[in-house]
Design a protein around this ligand. Structure first.
Ligand code: PHE
Ligand code: ZN
Length: 890
């Protein structure tokens, strides 16, 4: 166990390392319980470090067998404290030579006992590693920090029968049998200097698929994807996505791959989504394996995005890495931005934008509004594992997109090129990154950098006034940002607001500088206004009639927008805005207004509101024959969590559930005919394709079914049952099962049983079965979850199972997690404390389900707080869980 002191690590304390390690030679003899690792390090004093400093290497629970300095053995039994200090968590060489020297360290580790899944561990019968952020120190003593870059040579040895496949980073330079034994070896060499967090090895008996990619300069790259035997065919889509990613990075960013080999390994036990180790990406198998009958369209889209994300890290993360972990968003925000761009090019850009914004609001906004809020570039941390957050990833991506809006496509692309040129091979900072764009755009980006250094979601409030006599239309903007932990006062952000004025005949008014007061020619010609101060007024002149403002088009900045649009304005935008994001947004805004009013009424003991104009607007979208993927987004109401976030305080999840169900029912009744017609029109008529168009048709058909069922549960259930029985894609099968699962009775049990029997043995599909049941909004849900924990397909040691069953309950079942008797809170915190002993990282993430506890109504707030206090009071917590518990309560 690590014994971290409770002192936070601070950005302002950054110091260059006192020593550098130019070369690492690793010799790893794989063994299930006693793997031997010999590490030979070429160390030298860092000219930028402190002369004569001790060399302090990080460890984490290590057992050292041998240590030699420049070939001289240290006596580990009687270590002279004037020479060296050794603990499981640190090796200090008190006075190393003042010149280059070698250090040889032998450690012995037990991969089978590694339940934290950091360092070297086993997934099934395979051996694999996870080193980001600080896992390499669980393999050997090292300067385990991203600004120490080394060239690695790795020799792997194992029983041939146990691990015929031996992989590491870089290119394979030798392999062979070891004479007279049943063992073999492979020698890998990675010519690119890299930090230890990008080291990886894999050993095992896996099935493989192979392909090839030729880069635009003619380098032939051998591609391999390695999966559990028998699953090879399920990796075909991932391979296709990989080749498309490689080609796209060449055209969109001018970036080529740089080694002869690129390998991907899928494992079933993995804390996160995937890992970008140089030339050897290791994946949660959930983001590799797909077939039409086991993966939904959303799964396919995620696979494509994650494959691309990890591949894109080769430049943004690996070739240019982070100076320290405070700069995590330098690689993560940027790489998410790149994968969003990729997916937008592969699919429908507007639909993709809607999905990304939904995800940002669902995951990042509550983080930013609660006790766990932190800067996109944090300035202190207790446990870095807890900073792999939606803020670093999703908001980090948003502000790069915002930068691109600010400086324009051309200066952005030039800035990226400059960044790649100037910082290739280095460990860089956010300042380095921003300076490139300041240079190519010839612009001072000081205010822009506040997005990295101030937490919280800014609120932009807009008031509009039309003066018919003066023919002017005035927009008054103001921005503000609530305090976040440790930051009481915020400076104004630079906020680009893309906008248009929709005129009576429903086209956009042409915005000319001569026709306005307070906006520049450049702003008006681009349709993007920049807010840089707390207030700004723009007066449009020569406006013949009152226009409908369409604000924050395409979600041009990650802010909350508060504008009291009239209902008729919203209806106009739903039908006529030229910006499809804002068409969708107008529908969401309309729905959430209805829902907010209904929630009030429900809480006061009344009934919820009916509004036929809203149904009418949705009907027009369905009649329009709009892009089905887009229409599906429009008719999908804000989630219960979305509504809770909009309410923001004194939240009653039960009232939200009642109000939302009532609205679904009303819409289902109002639109009965068109929903049915849409459902019929979009029936599957071609062989399965995962492409965006086909997926969009399925999405709309299933969204129509969902609303239809709300209006007519009996006929809806029989449609769903038919769909369930005849489905030949997982998308349609799970959508139908979802409908059936929300209807109590024997049919539900039979359907769940049938699904289990059909997919037993495919753990990833059974995860869907777990998640779907965990999210049933009924009082019995927690008991069901408890029962399922005893199911033979469940395992608390596997992060995917935990997330599917327990995570889905905490994050996806608002009424039952927040049950009024506190049972949901007690259940989750109980699991967190148990799981913490096995896997602190997964436990800590589960605990962050409490991130919005302060917004609840008083009774639940009290229960949630008591549950959190019980966790915080446990004496043996990991730094991971302790950090989340304490910050949540602060
Ligand atoms: N760096 C990985 C990614 O986002 C995420 C990750 C972090 C994986 C830590 C494992 C451990 O691509
Ligand atoms: Zn990443």
């Amino acid at each position: 166990m690590r014994t971290d002191s409770a002192e936070p690590v601070r950005l302002k304390d950054y110091r260059a390392p006192d020593y550098l390690i130019d070369k690492v030679d690793l010799d790893v003899k794989l063994h299930a319980t006693a793997t031997k690792v010999v590490s030979r390090l070429a160390v030298r004093p860092n000219p930028k470090g402190r002369p004569g400093a001790s060399l302090v290497l990080d460890g984490d629970g290590l057992v050292a067998k041998r240590i030699a300095l420049d070939g001289r053995e240290l006596d580990l039994q009687r270590l002279d404290p004037a020479t060296a200090l050794l603990t499981p968590d640190q090796l200090t060489i008190i006075a190393p030579p003042d010149r280059p020297f070698t250090l040889e360290i032998e450690t012995e580790i037990d991969p089978s006992a590694n339940t934290r899944l950091m360092g070297l561990y086993r997934s099934g019968s395979a051996y694999c590693t996870q080193c980001e952020a600080e896992g390499f120190r669980r393999i050997t003593y090292f300067l385990d920090r991203p600004d120490v870059l080394s060239v690695y040579t790795v020799r792997l040895e194992a029983e041939l029968a146990e691990a015929p496949l031996l992989l590491s980073n870089g290119n394979k330079i030798a392999e062979g049998k070891i004479e007279g034994t049943s063992r073999h070896f492979a020698l890998w060499s990675d010519p690119f200097p890299k930090p230890s967090y990008l080291f990886a090895l894999v050993g095992g008996d896996l099935g493989s698929i192979h392909d090839e990619f030729t880069t635009r300069s003619g380098r032939k790259v051998a591609l391999g994807i390695h999966v559990e035997h028998g699953k090879e065919a399920f990796a075909a889509y991932a391979m296709d996505a990989l080749k498309r990613s490689m080609a796209w990075d060449e055209t969109a960013f001018g970036r080529e791959y740089d080694l002869d080999i690129f390998n991907i390994v899928a494992v079933s036990d993995f804390n996160m989504g995937a890992m970008e180790n140089k030339g050897l990406n290791i994946f949660n198998d959930k983001y590799v394996l797909a077939s039409p009958s086991t993966a939904t369209d959303t799964d396919y889209a995620h696979i494509e995005a994650v494959i691309a994300h990890e591949y894109f890290h080769n430049w943004t993360g690996n070739r240019i890495t982070c100076r320290d972990w405070f700069q995590l968003c330098l690689k993560e925000g940027l790489t998410v931005f790149r994968d969003h761009e990729f997916s937008s090019d592969m699919r429908s850009r507007p639909v993709h934008r809607i999905a990304d914004v939904r995800a940002l609001r669902a995951q990042q906004f509550p983080e930013d509004a609660g006790p766990l809020a932190h800067n996109v570039r944090p300035d202190a941390y207790l446990e870095i594992n807890n900073f792999y957050t939606a803020t670093i990833y999703e908001k980090g991506a948003e502000i790069i997109r915002l930068l691109k809006v600010l400086i324009g496509d051309e200066a952005f692309r030039k800035g990226m090129d400059l960044y790649f040129d100037r910082y290739d091979g280095t460990a860089a900072t956010i300042e380095d990154f921003i300076s490139c764009f300041a240079e190519t755009a010839q612009r001072d980006l000081t205010q822009f950098s506040l997005w990295y250094n101030q937490a919280g979601t800014p609120l932009v409030e807009v008031a509009a006034a039309y003066d018919a006599a003066a023919r002017t239309f005035t927009l008054d903007f103001s921005q503000s940002c609530k305090p976040t932990p440790g930051q009481d006062v915020k400076e104004p952000f630079v906020i680009p607001i893309a906008l248009g004025l929709v005129a009576e005949g429903h086209g956009d008014l042409k915005l000319a500088a001569s026709d306005s007061d307070g906006a520049s020619v450049a702003e008006l010609s681009r349709g993007v206004i920049e807010l840089t101060t707390a207030q700004r007024r723009i007066v449009f002149t020569n406006v013949a009639s009152r226009p409908v403002p369409s604000l924050l088009r395409g979600f041009s900045a990650p802010v909350r927008l508060n504008y009291a649009a009239s209902e008729s304005d919203l209806l106009t935008l739903i039908s006529h805005d030229s910006d499809s994001f804002n068409r969708w947004q107008a529908a969401q805004t309309y729905a959430s207004r209805l829902l907010l009013r209904s929630v009030e009424l429900v809480r006061a003991g009344g009934v919820s509101i009916r509004d036929e104009s809203f149904s009418g607007a949705l009907r027009r979208v369905l009649e329009d024959n709009a892009d089905p993927a887009f229409a599906a987004q429009v008719i999908t109401l804000p989630s219960e969590a979305d509504i809770a976030r909009e309410i923001g305080q004194d939240v009653d999840p039960d009232a939200i559930h009642v109000a939302r169900e009532a609205l679904r029912k009303a819409i289902g009744r109002d639109l009965r005919e068109i929903l049915l017609a849409t459902y019929a029109r979009l029936a599957e008529n071609a062989p399965y394709s995962p492409d965006a168009a086909a997926a969009g048709r399925r999405a709309l058909r299933n969204a129509a079914l969902d609303l239809f069922v709300a209006g007519d549960p009996v006929e809806g259930a029989s449609l769903a049952a038919r769909q369930f029985e005849s489905a030949d894609t997982m998308t349609n099968e799970i959508a139908a099962l979802g409908v059936l699962a929300h209807t109590p009775g024997r049919e539900r049990d039979a359907a769940l049983e049938a699904f289990y029997r059909a997919h037993e043995g495919d753990a990833l599909v059974i995860d869907k079965w777990f998640a779907l049941q965990a999210m049933i909004p009924e009082a019995d849900a927690l008991n069901r979850v408890r029962r399922l924990m005893a199911h033979r397909a469940f395992s608390i040691a596997n992060p995917n199972r935990v997330r599917a069953l327990i995570g889905a309950f905490a994050a996806g079942n608002q009424t039952q997690f927040n049950a009024l008797d506190g049972s949901g809170y007690d259940f989750i915190t109980g699991i967190v404390v148990d799981l913490d002993r096995k896997n602190p990282q997964v436990a800590a993430r589960l605990l962050s389900a409490f991130k919005s506890w302060r917004t609840l109504e008083a009774k639940r707030r009290g229960l949630a707080e008591a549950a959190l206090r019980r966790v915080a009071g446990v004496g043996t917590l990991s730094p991971d869980v302790k950090d989340i518990a304490e910050r949540s309560l602060a």
